[in-house]
Write a protein that binds this ligand. Structure first.
Ligand code: HEC
Length: 158
């Protein structure tokens, strides 16, 4: 009679659990991200987790992080005072113009998703420009989770 090997069953269960857990939180490196539909879309969260709109709002306004206000008017943030740039289009209603997967692609790598010579930086890309300071080489401006947070916030703009 064949004896069941409980140790190996337990081992497989634990391994499957670990794989599932890491799969649910699989952050992608910039080079691993799959762009679809002519580079216009990224379907899944690049951090493996949903974004947090409250955190995203802070990143949006932070000059050292998103610094989105340097180029975009955002009426939802008129309480923030200060300078709102006009290099890019105003962002209200952006959620109605683009699907989530398209907005994600724009934020991750605007040069790929929009156009190679857009002024908009790619926030999760390693090719952000030629005149890049050494300390920013091989680094993305935002982390994968920060991109998802900004995306969640941008999607609230009416
Ligand atoms: C240096 C300027 C600059 C910064 C900083 C910048 N953008 Fe942009 N953005 C642009 C420009 C310019 C466009 C228009 C695309 C083009 O070049 O034709 C654009 C386009 C967009 C679009 C598409 C808008 C539309 O209506 O088509 C979104 C969404 C967007 N930006 C979000 C952001 C967010 C969020 C941030 C901050 C994380 C940000 N941008 C930071 C310049 C900038």
């Amino acid at each position: 009679m064949k004896r069941t090997n409980y140790t190996s069953i337990l081992g497989s269960v634990l391994l499957a659990g670990t794989l599932l857990a890491s799969g649910a939180n699989a952050q992608m490196a910039p080079g691993e991200i799959k762009f679809m539909d002519d580079n216009s879309k990224i379907e899944a969260s690049i951090s493996g987790s949903p974004g947090d709109a409250v955190a995203g709002r802070k990143i949006f306004a932070n000059r050292k992080l998103g610094n989105c206000l340097a180029c975009h008017i955002n009426t939802e943030m008129s309480d923030q005072g200060g300078f709102h740039g006009e290099i890019g289009p105003p962002l209200e209603g952006v959620n109605e113009r683009w699907e989530e997967a398209e907005l994600r692609a724009i934020l991750v790598d605007s040069k790929k998703a929009l156009s190679e010579d857009t002024m908009m930086p790619g926030f999760y890309s390693l090719s952000v420009g030629v005149r890049i300071a050494d300390k920013f080489k091989d680094k993305t401006i935002l982390s994968a989770q920060q991109v998802e947070d900004v995306l969640a916030y941008v999607k609230t703009l009416k």
